[in-house]
Design a protein. Structure first.
Length: 510
């Protein structure tokens, strides 16, 4: 086995959190940093072409992870696309930048994430951003990550925006990353550069600093397990070009492999539910029953209307949005429904959807699921994918959110402002069984979270400084540490998690 030397920090996974950590930790010249990514370099043209996103799904830049059979989705198995490339999910996603609701972070705080309230995390969101609207109380300018209000003119929809105001919501064109997220129609923000190309975690945080002598970036380097000296994480074992290598960590190992693969790596390294580990003959380093538990994910559904006029096809997949609460008595809760809207079929989706007539798409998204699942090992072989069981829609309350979303889409389509566009409901159609439609057509929005959550109870995996309980020199920093998934696309919060952890380490506060 080859030895790769010693680094102060070893970061496993070059996604949103990992790339931010690599950038910030290596900004201090005295720190040596090794960033290991299992996937390829981010050189494929489709990564940077805004219209190439769909072609990346299912490619060799995708982990192509499948769930177990989902009884509440008609017995289907669901493909969860996850980036296997420098930049991780930020290199193959649809680039939507939604921080989440302030109440999400206050909920984390109440559940044991000390220092993670909205007031605590807002400065880190701002320090990341170069928002095209300029600096303000809620936005940052001059940061590494370019953030833009939906730059695709074909995507902006006056019909949707004003239909929402017809129903009593605020807007149009509300800033849902500003003072208030819920009950107002706006356009989504995107991590897209001023040059019109994708601003991924790799292009924003790695490319500008790749020549730092104290930063080593290795792609096609898949970490198989952690190494330990006693109870301290001493490094990692990884495979690159068919050769097994070991790298030592002088200070810490930070796992940023995502909510599906971070718990897998912990369990392969002996950190997780003891009985589960022993069933595969794995030695137990730390009995943490919460590793792999608390899996939460967003569920999406399409509602398609024929349009009376044919509008230009947008490049982006969606761009208009409304966040709402679907039940009475939720005044202190974050919104549980994100409703996206696309005024015409994007050119990339046209061959897939094959609608055949001018159409628009409402996309309801369940963003605060009560159904939670788990990630488990399938075997002790690192090459085997994990067993992923999200338990999608197994809680009836989640089904009711999507039933209410269908009613909301129909109410918006029936407004005066939408009248010139509404050519009638195509899918599911007014006579369809809504429950059967939801169970047969719902799918993931690719936002798994929560499997190594922050907290103090017996099922918490990391403390508020993201240190793994029961061992030393080891942290996790990605969507897996979220106690609850955010109300909105998770990438913005993952950038923030990396930014906040880097500050804690560099300032010696953890």
């Amino acid at each position: 086995m080859a030895t790769d030397g010693t680094y102060d920090y070893i970061i496993v996974g070059a996604g949103a959190s990992g790339c931010v950590l690599a950038n910030r930790l290596s900004a201090r010249p005295g720190n040596s940093v090794l960033l290991l990514e299992a996937g390829h370099p981010d050189t494929a043209p489709d990564i940077h072409d805004l219209g190439g996103v769909v072609r990346l799904w299912g490619s060799d830049l995708d982990w192509k992870l499948m769930t177990e059979t989902q009884p509440a989705l008609g017995g289907r198995r669901i493909l969860i696309n996850q980036g296997k490339v420098l930049g991780g999910g930020t290199a193959i996603n649809a680039m939507m930048y939604v921080r989440g609701n302030p109440r999400n972070f206050d909920t984390w705080n109440a559940l044991g994430a000390d220092g993670w309230s909205y007031r605590d995390v807002l400065p880190f969101f701002k320090s990341l951003e170069d928002y095209e609207g300029g600096a303000s109380e809620y936005h940052g300018a001059g940061g590494p990550l370019s953030i833009r209000d939906c730059p695709d003119d074909a995507m902006r929809s006056d019909a949707f925006q004003h239909a929402a105001t017809d129903l009593g919501y605020d807007g149009p064109y509300w800033d849902t990353n500003g003072a208030r997220q819920e009950n107002a129609a706006g356009v989504l923000q995107f991590h897209i550069g001023r040059n019109g190309r994708r601003a991924s975690a790799a292009s924003a945080f790695l490319a500008p600093v790749a020549d730092r002598p104290n930063l080593t970036i290795k792609s096609d380097a898949e970490v198989r397990c952690l190494t330990f000296e006693g109870k301290r994480a001493s490094g990692v074992e990884y495979v690159q070009a068919g050769q097994t290598q070991q790298a030592r960590a002088g200070r810490e190992v930070i796992i940023s492999a995502g909510a599906l693969l971070s718990p897998k790596l912990l369990m392969l390294s002996g950190i997780g539910p003891a009985d589960h580990l022993r069933s595969f003959g794995l030695p137990v380093m730390a009995d943490l029953p919460g590793v792999g538990q608390n899996l939460q994910d967003h569920v999406q559904l399409s509602v398609v209307y024929r349009t009376k006029v044919e509008l230009p096809s947008p490049t982006l997949l969606t761009g208009n949005v409304l966040f709402v609460r679907t039940r009475d008595g939720m005044d202190a809760a974050p919104p549980d429904l994100q409703l996206n809207f696309t005024p015409s079929v994007p050119s990339l989706l046209a061959p897939v959807l094959n609608i055949g007539v001018p159409a628009c798409i409402f996309l309801p998204i369940l963003v605060q699921p009560f159904s939670t699942g788990e990630v488990r090992l399938r075997s002790a072989n690192p090459e085997d994918p994990p067993a992923i069981d999200p338990h999608y829609l197994q809680c009836d309350a989640d089904l009711r959110v999507l039933l209410n979303a269908l009613k909301l889409a129909r109410a918006l389509a029936s407004t005066r402002s939408f009248a010139d566009l509404n050519g009638g409901e195509l899918v599911p159609g007014p006579d369809a069984d809504p429950v059967a439609y939801i169970r047969s057509q719902s799918s993931t929005l690719w936002h798994p979270a929560g499997t190594c959550r922050i907290g103090y109870d017996a099922h918490a995996v990391v403390d508020p400084a993201l240190r793994v309980r029961g061992v030393e020199g080891l942290r996790v920093a990605d969507a897996s540490v979220m106690p609850t998934v955010t109300s909105g696309n998770t990438v913005a919060a993952c950038f923030m998690i990396g930014e906040k952890l880097a500050a804690m380490i560099l300032e010696g506060r953890s």
